[in-house]
Design a protein around this ligand. Structure first.
Ligand code: FMN
Length: 432
């Protein structure tokens, strides 16, 4: 059964079994080749697995695109202390809805990836941190973890190998900031979800002060296939620096929103117009956010670009989590930016003044402009505030809030100007 629609240009590695309820159960997963990769991994040394993942060129799918094998190699080689793997299933970036689908349809794909990842970094314990609102995916995952323990894929002696590997599901309370890796570690420890200053980096002192690696759900799911088929196999897709396939979640003004898995480097215009069905009848694409609300907006003129890390940077934006938000010519850009910035103001943990004050101040100005009471000076102030928010705080939530402001003023300034003094024209009495 196609889920809910499959395009012939898709290459389904991670999403092959989306829409197939049988794949959700342990029996069904085993029948589809499940846990073969774990068995193979346990016959390899941790260093060999790290090298295979390095060969694959896999880069973290949580947003930053850091090479996974390189990140794993930062962990101490001779564990004298407990190591931890943390799987980031918080998925709170606006526009992102791929990780929850991986969990809903193929929970064992993730569990297998977590067990392999933990073994590769010489950890015996993996925490899967999932946001509490993902009630259904969390229930499915909890059941699958139980099945994995009962079948001996997790526990004190995994598949009779003598290797101990545990998986614990940890439900968050629903805070965007807890998706940031160091805030997540605080949250697991029962502290406030506030990012930590780095260094020390997690590989030195992470959760409970022990060496820790944090990886996204899609990253760990990809590891399962890389171990099964080899790093070179994975490189058959993508570009030199952005390898493999990637899930892109598409929302907004297209005929077929949803999750699509394509090779990295796929042409973005073709993706939106062909795979996603393009804009609705009589409408035109005007603006696109390619990687979730925290990356700069693109105008429709820039769509002839590859869907990979380097190509998106070359047109002034980022691949991020691969969350594509399409806006046609009916979209109210000022309103959309105000909504995004308001979200970041609400989710700021408040530790850094640039973020706490900046997001709140920018929201206030954006609300005024949206209402029709803005002036040219407000745009100057917004740019000034944003420049003082980016690159100056403990984590990049502040940069995330600055991105839609700066890119929209740069590319759609006229949309802001069209609203100036509107309040006076429409409601002179209110001003007086
Ligand atoms: C404010 C903020 C929110 C984040 N939210 C998520 C998230 O929901 N899921 C995720 O995987 N990474 C998120 N990240 C990125 C993580 O900090 C981290 O880089 C990622 O989980 C590493 O995994 P990867 O190397 O597999 O990409 C967020 C970062 C920031 C600054």
């Amino acid at each position: 059964m196609a889920y809910p629609y499959q395009h012939p240009s898709e290459v389904r590695v991670l999403s092959e079994y989306f829409g197939d309820p049988e794949a959700r159960t342990l029996k069904g997963w085993e029948a589809r080749g499940g846990y073969k990769a774990l068995r193979k991994a346990l016959g390899m040394s941790p260093a060999d697995i790290v090298n295979e993942v390095k060969t694959s060129g896999l880069r973290g799918r949580g947003g930053a695109g850091f090479p996974t094998g390189v990140k794993w190699s930062f962990m101490p080689k001779e564990p004298t202390r407990q190591h931890y793997l943390v799987c980031n299933a918080d998925e709170s970036e606006p526009g992102t809805f791929k990780d929850r689908e991986l969990i809903r349809w193929t929970p064992h794909q993730l569990i297998e990836g977590c067990l392999i990842g933990a073994y590769a970094i010489r950890a015996t314990h993996c925490y899967i941190y999932i946001r509490g609102e993902f009630f259904e995916p969390a229930q499915i995952l909890a059941k699958a973890i139980e099945e994995a323990y009962a079948a001996g894929y997790a526990g004190k002696d995994v598949m009779g190998s003598g290797q101990e590997l545990h998986v614990t599901l940890h439900l968050g309370a629903g805070a965007y900031i807890c998706g940031e890796e160091t805030a997540m570690m605080n949250s697991i420890e029962g502290r406030r979800g506030e990012p930590r200053v780095k260094p020390p980096f997690p590989a030195v002192a992470g959760v409970f002060g022990k060496p820790t690696t944090i990886n996204n759900v899609e990253t760990l799911c990809s590891v399962t296939h890389i171990v099964n088929n080899g790093g070179e196999w994975y490189r058959q897709w993508g570009t030199e620096k952005s390898t493999g396939t990637k899930l892109f979640c598409v929302s907004g003004h297209v005929r077929r929103p949803g999750n699509y898995e394509v090779p990295m480097g796929f042409n973005f215009r073709e993706f939106i117009h062909d795979i996603c069905g393009g804009p609705h009848e009589g409408r035109e694409v005007r603006a696109v956010i390619p990687g979730g609300s925290s990356v700069p907006m693109m105008s429709a003129d820039d769509l002839d670009v590859g869907m990979d890390y380097e190509a998106f940077v070359s047109v002034g934006t980022m691949l991020g989590a691969g969350s594509v938000i399409v806006m046609d010519d009916t979209a109210d850009i000022v309103k959309q930016v105000r909504r995004m910035v308001e979200f970041y103001a609400h989710e700021s943990c408040g530790q850094c003044s640039q973020c706490r004050e900046g997001t709140a101040w920018a929201t206030k100005i954006l609300r005024r402009i949206e209402r029709g009471g803005g002036t040219e000076a407000d745009l100057t102030t917004l740019v000034d505030i944003s420049n003082n928010m980016a690159g100056k705080t403990i984590c990049v939530l502040s940069d995330a809030a600055a991105a839609p402001i700066l890119s929209s003023i740069g590319k759609f300034r006229g949309d802001y100007q069209a609203r100036f003094q509107l309040e006076e024209k429409l409601m002179p009495a209110r001003r007086a």
